[in-house]
Design a protein around this ligand. Sequence first.
Ligand SMILES: Cc1ncc(COP(=O)(O)O)c(C=O)c1O
Length: 266
Amino acid sequence: MASGCGVRTGSVKNSRNGGARPRPSPFRIAARRPRNWAVRSKVQNPPEMAEPPTAYSDVLARIARAAQAAGRAPGDVTLVAVSKTQPWEAVQPVLAAGQRVFGENRVQEAQSRWESDRGEIVLHLIGPLQTNKAADAVAFFDVIETLDREKLARVLADEVQKQGRKPRLYVQVNTGEEPQKAGVIPAEADGFIAACRGAYGLEPEGLMCIPPASEPAGPHFALLGKIAARNGLSKLSMGMSGDFETAIAFGATSVRVGSAVFGART
Ligand SMILES: Cc1ncc(COP(=O)(O)O)c(C=O)c1O
């Protein structure tokens, strides 16, 4: 257990705890008393030894089975637990069971519940990013999955320079070319990735997509895989609660799963 896994318990806007005093988090205690931790851990269950919630265990088992069925190692697929808008009461047991990678939709909401200094917890921004929030996103997130336009690429590149902090970047592709959805359209993906690399000096490492809800997801995952392969990108963020096993069959390296882990969003 790394010390300083910072979470802002009780400060979550939508916490069912409401205005009540925040309950102390074992993570906070560990961070404050690092020297005591080894001793304490002998008499208390360390947080990652907590009994995992059934839904979380089920998702991990399904990921492992899907990876195996695709001839891949379970460790090749990262679960990004989408904690966006979930009450802390739902997130905390999953965190305590050892989950360390979380997905958030909004910069401010993420800042209100997670610490900047959060130890081994990895935070992915999976929602649309406005340029006026880009500085905060670079400062706060470990992975930004929603790079989708040149103006944003320029601002992110400036912030990376300014802050000396380099979150990993994914380009979002609107594989279904849906007008209401963010992402570059497939025909413009190669050019956009080249511009990110050439004009802005960014090094995107993968692609992300959200297929249309009304269509089978497989062809969209296949298309994303092809665009990644021809552009030399190794990471594929695809698959949500309803289709993550399909995504793994098509090569997802991370799946973003919310409701299957935490329950329906409120
Ligand atoms: C971009 C993105 N990925 C993944 C998810 C998780 O979806 P689900 O709850 O269906 O797993 C969401 C949730 O809204 C999302 O916005």
